[in-house]
Design a protein around this ligand. Structure first.
Ligand SMILES: Cc1cc2nc3c(=O)[nH]c(=O)nc-3n(C[C@H](O)[C@H](O)[C@H](O)COP(=O)(O)OP(=O)(O)OC[C@H]3O[C@@H](n4cnc5c(N)ncnc54)[C@H](O)[C@@H]3O)c2cc1C
Length: 466
């Protein structure tokens, strides 16, 4: 750990003197708060945190970090499960102060600062009954989520977040400000949509918005784990017949002490089916009826404001816990897979889950090669997740996560969702994108960041690894 890496004091003073944001150093009282990221495993000590308030600040911070040969960690919302938005001894280039969201209701678009989190985008757009499809936890950063893809409750109706991305403004490794969209720097725009942390610092995003809400039908049905096969079959049937407006996920999990579970359920292995219906409310009943008829122990499905839905799980996955996950895509959920999940859950060391989110709909209508994101053609995306608090239990939880995905691996299809990959290395990165897209990304990296300035990410090397 390089807690007090010596910075050139004169250069630092010159940089801080012109910087419009705040430079936080280890000696500052706010340092310990400023260095925290969402996943408590990554307790790191940067030499300096540059809290940028504007695009010129980003350029100045980048120039200073490069001159001082500091490792650069770019931070949007700080939720990288792999801890990429912090480092020991380098510079955290923190974009959180750049968080303005401006909605153009006439054009049906929103311009979003790179430090905004999802709730800010949702709140600004819902004021006009519009929404951009984003993730399911309000405190996640728009930037990191978008640059990796962006999955969520509206994905079958409106696609991934990147499918609504119109353009970005970014600062390049050599300090230029460029724009990328389908026409201008189109190849860069392709790579930014799935491998976006690699090519520059995005300072703002412009999204297409869609009519949503203000109410949707949403909630969960919870059943005993002993009925896993029967519920998985019902889930499969409902997904197969679902309209795009219906988003569903199936989870095998250990119930927590947080809502929607009652205190008596905490620690119990359960099957959970979550539904979100974003069409005409009165039409939802037919899709929800079979799940209700299956006799859940707990049923929270009802009309709610879309805004309330989007923050319902915020407390359950709040900042400061330790977290590990693995993910993969699946073309089907067979009984064998269900049995495997149930068995693994019975050996869980604590709060653990294996969840399957339905894809299809708008996601599948975009060509697999249209963006760097890989895995659109799969029917389901699967996440193996575990959360705990005591550092002494790291081994047990991480081992459970790895063991569970290792058992599921024979059933997976191509690709991984980059935003939820924790392990690093070139083999891992190739497995995320596949060899063909990886080659294309290497060429892009050579063009935009040949010195690999932006390397705290699932790193595309600017040279082809043998
Ligand atoms: C609680 C929780 C819930 C989640 N839910 C969802 C979900 O529903 N759907 C989903 O798709 N994903 C979800 N994710 C995964 C999430 O998309 C990723 O963790 C994402 O990277 C978070 O973005 P961030 O800006 O908060 O993270 P950060 O840690 O700030 O950044 C993540 C990566 O992006 C880079 N980066 C950040 N900002 C920029 C920028 N402006 N320019 C260039 N690079 C940048 C960072 O350097 C880092 O490599 C969730 C994660 C968590 C922890």
């Amino acid at each position: 750990m390089e807690r007090d890496r010596g910075l050139d004091r004169r250069a630092l003073a010159a940089f801080a003197g012109t910087f419009g944001g705040r430079v936080v150093l280890p000696s500052d009282p706010e340092y310990d708060q400023a260095r925290v990221v969402w996943n408590a495993i990554f307790d790191r000590y940067p030499a300096c945190i540059a809290q940028c308030a504007s695009v010129p600040d980003v350029i100045a911070a980048l120039r200073f970090a490069r001159e001082q040969e500091l490792t650069i960690a770019v931070r949007g919302g700080g939720h990288s499960a792999a801890g990429f938005s912090t480092c020991n001894g380098g510079m955290v280039l923190d974009l959180r102060p750049i968080q303005a969201v401006s909605v153009d209701t006439g054009a049906g678009t929103a311009r979003v600062g790179a430090g905004a989190h999802l709730s800010q985008l949702d709140e600004a757009t819902q004021a006009a009954r519009l929404a951009c499809p984003v993730g399911v936890i309000g405190h996640t950063g728009v930037a990191g989520l978008t640059l990796g893809g962006g999955m969520g409750r509206l994905q079958r109706k409106y696609g991934l977040t990147i499918d609504s991305l119109l353009d970005v403004e970014l600062v390049t490794a050599d300090g230029r400000v460029v724009r990328a969209d389908e026409k201008e720097n189109a190849e860069l725009f392709w790579g930014l949509r799935g491998a976006g942390a690699n090519f520059g610092i995005v300072t703002s995003f412009r999204f297409r918005l869609h009519p949503v809400g203000p109410a949707v039908v949403q909630g969960v049905m919870v059943y005993p784990l002993e009925r896993a096969r029967e519920l998985a079959a019902l889930f499969r049937d409902l997904v197969a017949a679902a309209p795009d407006e219906l988003m569903m996920s199936l989870e095998f999990r250990i119930a927590t002490q947080y809502p929607p579970y009652s205190p008596g359920m905490a620690g119990r292995p359960v099957v959970l089916i979550e539904v979100t219906y974003c069409g005409l409310l009165e039409r939802s009943e037919r899709y929800v009826r079979p799940l209700k008829a299956a006799g859940p122990m707990l049923d929270t499905v009802q009309p709610r404001s879309y805004l309330a839905v989007q923050t319902r799980k915020d407390e359950m996955l709040t900042w400061g816990h330790r977290f590990y996950m693995k993910n993969a895509f699946f073309s089907r959920i067979t009984d064998e897979i269900v049995d495997l999940c149930a068995t693994r859950l019975c050996d869980a060391p604590g709060t653990c889950a294996v969840g399957f989110m339905a894809q299809g709909g708008a996601i599948a209508r975009v060509d697999e090669d249209a963006t760097a994101f890989t895995g659109r053609d799969a029917a389901f995306w699967c996440a193996v997740e575990t959360v705990w608090d005591e550092p002494t239990r790291d081994g047990a939880h991480i081992e459970w996560g790895r063991g569970t995905m290792a058992a599921l691996k024979p059933f997976t299809s191509r690709g991984h969702y980059v935003n939820d990959v924790i392990e690093a290395g070139q083999d891992v990165v190739r497995s995320i994108y596949g060899d063909e897209k990886y080659r294309r990304l290497v060429a892009l990296k050579q063009a935009w960041d040949p010195g690999n300035v932006f390397r705290l990410n699932h790193n595309i090397l600017p040279v082809q690894a043998s």
